[in-house]
Design a protein around this ligand. Structure first.
Ligand code: N7H
Length: 458
């Protein structure tokens, strides 16, 4: 088992900071002067939160895009040692195709991350115990005067929410892998009743991964640059809460001829794969076992032995597509081991105010700043998005995509297996819209230091 070099890893890889720091600001920055930016980094590097820090007031982390690295002087040779997806950028035509960012979700409709218009160089993540602290730190680290060789393209905030749920009303952040060697196994076990320990190399460069290899490190200045670094995926996903609610109400009426809130909640749960409380349908197929207002972080379940047909959790449900667990292949163990190569650590947070009454459209913008960590964008995040979420033939289904977040393809179907007959939900609306995003590299601390020196000699 690998021993992690905690002090060289940025803290955000190991923690979401959510318990102590419910407020966050994500600064999308443009480098206007590389030399001044290096100086800015040099004077602030001591504030970057490391894996060994136990901060109480605020945390600060940083990540770079390929355009940012280029502005800082990375040569073509250096850049070609990074992931191809990272080099090309999320808005590039190839990645757009892979991710299914088409129609009103194509980059020309985004609010940021558009090449040549609002391309981002640096992502600065600031977390704080309250909004005042975050605003204070933001003013301290980046001035509006462009004196640090940086200008602010956009500030995305994720403020405090009234409860631990996301905007559609579900508990989120339950199913997370544990990084081998991170000492988080016991905590995860006691929190969720289960811990899937995954090789560190799936989330950090420089360690062995689930393929039993240690990937070559990206280089800059020295061969070790990529050590303890990782890739961070950021997608701003707007959630249409009123549309989701309307759809559920209308479909419950059409399919079951009822306005019963319990039937409506069950249909919504079938789409996600968990009840709003967080309790998994594979284990509790009939009703939410948790009293209203309480949570369940139960993650101790599979599908192969108790719900292969999807009578509890539909095969096409969001959580079953994004982590098929032991039911991807015929053999449960091989399935589990295969799925381990396609996991991500989710670090996203909700943005925008919670809808007071989802039955009415308040026309406010809200959603999820989806962030995930993985050491191989193509094999982890992009694979989940392309091969599982967007795939119309996932799990022997036909003409269906992820009912919650998938692109609509004209058929817009969702099958809810049932006995004696299945239910076919049709006319799914678009509940989520992609608004902007980018691929970043989050370097280890020693690598960050080399960014404060001069130009790449290679
Ligand atoms: Fe998803 N939601 O809040 O309704 N997600 N997700 N997700 N998601 C999960 O198990 C949601 C998105 C994963 O281990 C839950 O933690 C929303 C993308 C993965 O069983 C809920 C959006 C991708 C899991 C949501 C969104 C993923 C997961 C159940 C978009 C990857 C763990 C709570 C706005 C590309 C599955 C939980 C497992 C679970 C929601 C997007 C991935 C409630 C609203 C784009 C891997």
């Amino acid at each position: 088992m690998s021993t992690l070099n905690f002090s060289d890893i940025q803290g955000f890889v190991l923690s979401s900071y959510a318990d102590k720091m419910p407020c966050a600001s994500y600064l999308l920055l443009c480098i206007t002067d590389a030399a001044a930016c290096r100086l800015w980094l040099k004077s602030n590097i001591g504030y970057i939160t490391r894996g060994t820090d136990r901060k109480k007031d605020f945390c600060l982390n940083i990540a770079f895009t390929a355009t940012g690295f280029r502005k800082l002087g990375f040569s073509d040779d250096s850049l070609s040692s990074f992931s191809v997806a990272f080099q090309e950028g999320m808005a590039s035509p190839v990645r757009q195709q892979i991710l299914g960012d088409r129609g009103n979700e194509s980059p020309d409709h985004w609010e940021w991350g558009i090449p040549d218009q609002s391309a981002v160089d640096i992502l600065l993540l600031i977390f704080g115990k309250d909004d005042t602290e975050v605003a204070h730190q933001q003013a301290f680290f980046v001035s509006d005067q462009n004196t640090d060789g940086l200008s602010i393209i956009k500030t995305l905030s994720a403020g405090r929410q009234p409860d631990a749920k996301e905007h559609f009303g579900f508990l989120d952040g339950i199913g997370q892998p544990v990084i081998e060697g991170s000492s988080a196994e016991a905590r995860q076990l006691s929190r969720t009743g289960h811990a899937t320990v995954i090789k560190a190399g799936e989330f950090l460069l420089g360690y062995e991964n689930e393929m039993k290899i240690t990937d070559p490190l990206p280089t800059y200045n020295n061969e070790e640059f990529g050590n303890n670094g990782t890739y961070l995926v950021f997608r701003q996903l707007e959630q249409h809460v009123h549309t989701f609610r309307q759809f559920i109400v209308k479909q419950a009426k059409a399919l079951y001829n009822t306005d019963d809130p319990l039937v409506q909640d069950k249909l919504a749960a079938k789409i996600v794969g968990r009840w709003k409380s967080g309790a998994p349908l594979a284990k509790y197929p009939e009703a939410d076992p948790v009293p209203y207002g309480k949570f369940s972080e139960d993650n101790n379940f599979g599908y192969a032995f108790n719900d292969m047909e999807g009578l509890g959790c539909p095969v096409g449900a969001h959580i079953r597509r994004t982590n098929p667990r032991d039911a991807l292949l015929d053999d449960a163990e091989i399935s589990l081991n295969t799925v381990k190569r396609h996991r991500i650590i989710r670090r996203g947070r909700s943005y925008g105010d919670r809808s007071i009454n989802p039955d009415e459209n308040d026309y406010k913008s809200r959603g999820l700043h989806f962030i995930c960590i993985n050491s191989n964008i193509e094999r982890q995040f992009e694979f989940i998005q392309q091969t599982w979420i967007n795939n119309p033939y996932f799990g022997a289904l036909f003409g269906e995509t992820d009912p919650l977040t998938g692109p609509r393809n004209g058929d817009d179907l969702f099958t809810v297996p049932g006995c004696p007959v299945r239910t076919r939900v049709s006319g799914l609306d678009q509940f989520v819209t992609m608004k902007g995003g980018e691929y970043f590299f989050m370097p280890g601390m020693a690598a960050l230091k080399t960014l404060t020196y001069n130009v790449d000699p290679s």
